[in-house]
Design a binder for this molecule. Structure first.
Ligand code: PLP
Length: 387
């Protein structure tokens, strides 16, 4: 595999998104990396591999193109593509922890991430405790002698909390732990965790990276070459890799990531403003609002504030559920980050598995993934749904 830092270092983000890892096909000149839908590769004599390819769990040219692209976008030495965000997280956690180790996890996180810690890893003797990652001092207080990982999601899902990545990197490193940032909500276009001191960046590429609600995938990026090797070893040993077609779809999505994120962010800002002045809305959670408690840190570490907006309904849970049921253009569904707008009730849908835990979400909460449709149509739909 070629050095992922290679020739693109001097280029801007949008150029890297379209070109990094994606030279024209050497055999045919195809401008787009082909889908190498193949499991095994002919060897020129025993052990004579062409370009290092042997078996597609270990490496596949379409996946390699995506992995080099992912590394370039986050400014890391190594990018790895997985079958889902959770497959990426599982591989990471089994690479960097062993029984008896401790992880600090956020009090606001994707429900599936919490389930992985609380229901799966805990059975293998990995301890975890919850800290309010939006207050760096509370993370410091949660650290134990056996803490190996500090995990943070910023902006967080679904409460849109903001954590100070450089402060947390400092605290984690002082304790001899690594900082992992789930950058799914921001994408590398809006936020660059490695440059802020994080050790590993995690993505559900299902969301903004894919961007079209047509693929499930995950990724890890690190600038630590040795850790990158260990992660690649476990990626192959555990086997939760991205298939060639899925890798191709994510790559196709990434080419327009920058323009999509700009529009997601400007549409979401308008939606947040609209909700703020609506009489049925008790609170709007959007880091772009000056009164959001994390606004200043978000402004410091993000290029724009992203496409996710949550709000609390004044009339409580049933009213919040009714808004979700009544929206038309905002499609009722889980997931996020696609070009189309989605609406959901986290308490009963994406975050149902956090019920009764420190990560339980308010029952009157509605989460919006603001798409890139015409903004006037989106506002009209919300206005109707809130009536
Ligand atoms: C969706 C999501 C995940 C999990 O990713 P999958 O691709 O669904 O496995 C992890 N973190 C965040 C923030 C997510 O939104």
């Amino acid at each position: 595999m070629s050095d992922q830092h290679s020739t693109h270092g001097a280029h801007g983000f949008e150029t890297l998104a379209i070109h990094a890892g994606q030279e024209a096909d050497p055999q045919t000149g195809a401008v787009v990396t082909p889908i190498y839908q193949v499991s095994t590769f002919k060897q020129d004599g025993v052990g004579g591999l062409r370009g290092g390819y042997e078996y597609s769990r270990s490496a596949n040219p379409t996946r390699t193109a995506l992995e080099e692209n992912l590394a370039a976008l986050d400014g890391g030495r190594r990018g790895l593509a997985f079958a889902s965000g959770l497959a990426a997280e599982d591989t990471l956690l089994r690479t960097v922890t062993k029984p008896g180790d401790h992880i600090v996890i956020p009090n606001d996180a994707y429900g599936g991430t919490f389930r992985l810690f609380s229901k799966v890893l805990s059975r293998w003797g990995v301890e975890w405790s919850v800290a309010d990652t939006h207050h760096a001092e509370q993370v410091r207080a949660a650290i134990r002698p056996n803490t190996k990982v500090v995990w943070v999601e910023t902006p967080s899902n679904p409460l849109l909390g903001i954590a100070d990545i450089s402060a947390l990197a400092h605290i984690a490193h002082e304790a001899g732990a690594i900082l992992v940032v789930d950058n799914t909500f921001a994408s590398p276009y809006l936020q660059q965790p490695l440059a802020l001191g994080a050790d590993v960046v995690v993505y559900s590429t299902t969301k903004y990276m894919g961007g079209h609600s047509d693929v499930v995938g995950g990724a890890l990026v690190t600038d630590d070459a040795a850790l990158g090797e260990e992660l690649a070893y476990h990626q192959n040993a555990i086997g939760g890799v991205a298939g060639p077609f899925d890798a191709w779809l994510v790559m196709r999505g990434i080419k327009t990531l920058g323009v999509r994120m700009d529009r997601h962010s400007s549409n979401a800002a308008r939606v947040a403003e609209f909700l703020q002045s609506h009489p049925k809305v008790a609170q709007v959670l959007y880091p772009g609002l000056p009164e959001h408690p994390g606004h200043e840190i978000a402004a410091k570490q993000m290029r724009a504030f992203g496409g996710m907006v949550s709000f609390r309904h004044k009339d409580g849970e049933e009213a919040a559920v009714q808004v979700c049921n009544r929206a038309r253009l905002f499609t009722l569904g889980e997931s996020l980050g696609g070009v189309e707008s989605l609406i959901e009730h986290p308490g009963r849908m994406t975050h149902a598995s956090a019920a009764g835990s420190a990560l339980e979400v308010p029952a009157d909460l509605v989460r919006l993934s603001v798409g890139i449709e015409s903004i006037d149509d989106l506002l009209a739909d919300l206005s109707e749904a809130l009536k």
